[in-house]
Design a protein. Structure first.
Length: 294
């Protein structure tokens, strides 16, 4: 016997079946202010989806369920999530705002990791020069061409780009020099970013070359000797900082300190321990890429 199914009942069943396979796309972002550089965790609250496609609005994409994305610049970004099940795809869009940092920040990317550094407003000539070069892409693919473990890592010589092994480096740079900017509160603590220079009486800095301090342990005795020799005094806070993190205090008041690594100090140590050849150049090139966070 054939069973007749009422048309409306059949239609309702088909509608329910259709709803059952249609995915729902949805996600949430952290509450609170996002400041560049910002690592944003996207919590996926979608339903009934099998695959996901994310567009973070800054050129970045992901297919993870709940990805973490890093925004290096401020701006308003439209995030798009596509949730798919079978042949059905549903899209969810949401705008997020990333604000600019209050401090002047740059990132120095290497194969050993990325360092985030603050450039000091107290040394505006060096700060502005470094930012200008970074935004022009001047530093990209240059080498840390001089590395001395327990002392510092140095880069910024334009002649180091694509330099063959064995080529002597450390003599290149723009034609201009930068007047020294010695600031009492800025010292050669570990992570300090400082301007390299030639031996000139005014202690003017190279137009592009810089070094990042690794240094070593510092004692009160060492600081006392430097104070006597250079005729200045460290504050109690500076003494405490030197004894806590180390550095190269013998360079204070001779080379301009214009910034400091605030994240990624371990990257300095990793680069410093790389094997070097004559002239303290790493046997395996250590390239950099510098970008301004704004």
């Amino acid at each position: 016997m054939r069973i007749q199914i009422p048309f409306l009942t059949l239609l309702a069943a088909l509608s329910l079946a259709s709803c059952a396979v249609k995915p729902v796309a949805n996600f949430t972002t952290p509450s609170g202010k996002l400041v560049a550089p910002a690592e944003v965790t996207f919590t996926n609250t979608s339903l009934k989806a099998e695959t996901y496609a994310w567009d973070f609005g800054d050129g970045g994409t992901s297919t993870e369920a709940s990805p973490v994305h890093r925004y290096t610049h401020s701006g308003n970004y439209t995030v798009v999530l596509k949730a798919t099940k079978g042949s059905k795809t549903v899209t969810r869009k949401q705008m997020i705002q990333v604000t600019a940092p209050e401090r002047c920040l740059v990132e120095i990317e290497t194969d050993f990791g990325t360092m985030t550094a603050e450039l000091y407003n107290a040394t505006p000539k060096h700060r502005d020069n470094f930012i200008k070069l970074a935004e022009e892409g001047y530093y990209n693919d240059l080498l840390f061409h001089r590395v001395i473990n327990g002392f510092m890592i140095q880069g910024g010589d334009p002649n180091s780009r694509n330099a063959p092994a064995g080529q002597a480096l450390g003599f290149g740079g723009p034609s201009h020099l930068i007047p020294a900017e010695f600031v009492d509160s800025l010292a050669h603590f570990k992570g300090a970013i400082c301007a390299a220079r030639t031996n000139n009486p005014e202690k003017k800095s190279s137009g592009s070359q810089f070094y990042i301090v690794q240094g070593g342990p510092v004692t009160d005795e060492t600081l006392n000797q430097i104070e006597t020799m250079k005729r200045f005094h460290y504050t109690p806070e500076q003494r405490a900082e030197y004894k806590a993190v180390g550095g190269t205090p013998h360079l204070d008041r001779d080379y301009t300190v214009f910034g400091r690594v605030i994240k990624g100090l371990d990257v300095i140590d990793k680069i410093a321990t790389t094997e070097t050849a004559a002239g303290d150049r790493p046997k395996k090139d250590v390239k950099m890429k510098v970008r301004v966070i704004k």
